[in-house]
Design a protein around this ligand. Sequence first.
Ligand code: ADP
Ligand code: NI
Length: 217
Amino acid sequence: MNQDMIIQQTRQWVQSKLENESSGHDWHHIQRVTTQAVEISKVEGGNRFIITLAALLHDLIDDKVVESEEAGIEEVTNWLVDQGVPKNEQDTILSIITTISFKGGNNAPVTSLEAQIVQDADRLDAIGAIGIARTFMYAGNKGHLMHVPKAHYRESMTVEEYRQSPSSAIGHFYEKLLKLKGFMNTNEGKRRAEERHQYMKQFLSQFYDEWGNEAPF
Ligand code: ADP
Ligand code: NI
């Protein structure tokens, strides 16, 4: 099979698997990440075939989507074998998606340009307007509060107080969203993140204005 056909088949396969997914890793997330990754690679380079497949497959080994990471890896490997993807390219793709889904923190080392691009694209989907929407979806789904005034990022707050403060959607901006810009790998990723970052800051500023209390920092 040629590369375009493999991508086409993989697109359909992933779509059918994630169509009813509601954990924040639905098919539309995959589509957005893949589009961003391809656009970034037009500026930054990298192997387009590898980038596209890794972006399409990047959430299929997440234990929120499959029963275990091992099961996910096996399924993705079988899929790539069936499509006739050469062994060295299978390995590259698997190594990209396992590094990206690594839960050991935001600083998991990502070495290849292809991995850097897919990781940037995935992070872009967690910020900006889409990132804001996903955050409120997640918080609503978990029964978290929208906002707990002054619960987060008080200079004087002890770690213990912080741990005990209730989870909120606005709190997640400080735990993660506002930090993501600093974790981007590529220049084009950074440029895109900067726009989305400014948009989130504007959103927060408007949010606090409308809330009517002092901002929490
Ligand atoms: P990923 O594995 O892509 O980082 P997660 O499953 O951690 O995704 O999160 C999916 C979406 O939900 C992301 O947009 C993320 O920012 C958001 N999210 C994750 N944790 C929280 C939280 N505690 N509160 C609000 N939103 C969250
Ligand atoms: Ni993702």
